[in-house]
Design a protein around this ligand. Sequence first.
Ligand SMILES: [Zn+2]
Length: 63
Amino acid sequence: MPANPRFRRVVRIGPVQVGTYYDGRGREKHSAVCTAPRCGFSADYDSRTAAELAARTHRCRAR
Ligand SMILES: [Zn+2]
């Protein structure tokens, strides 16, 4: 689960959550975070499309 309380528009794609937030400089960032306990995948992207694509193509190693 993203610990960031500013996450907005959170959607779940498989085991991966995608959320949008503003970084410290007010820029929109998009995170893909895998919720599987032993996976630990987490990445930031500049576009929502890229984050959702990463979530869809994520191969979860916890499985
Ligand atoms: Zn995973």
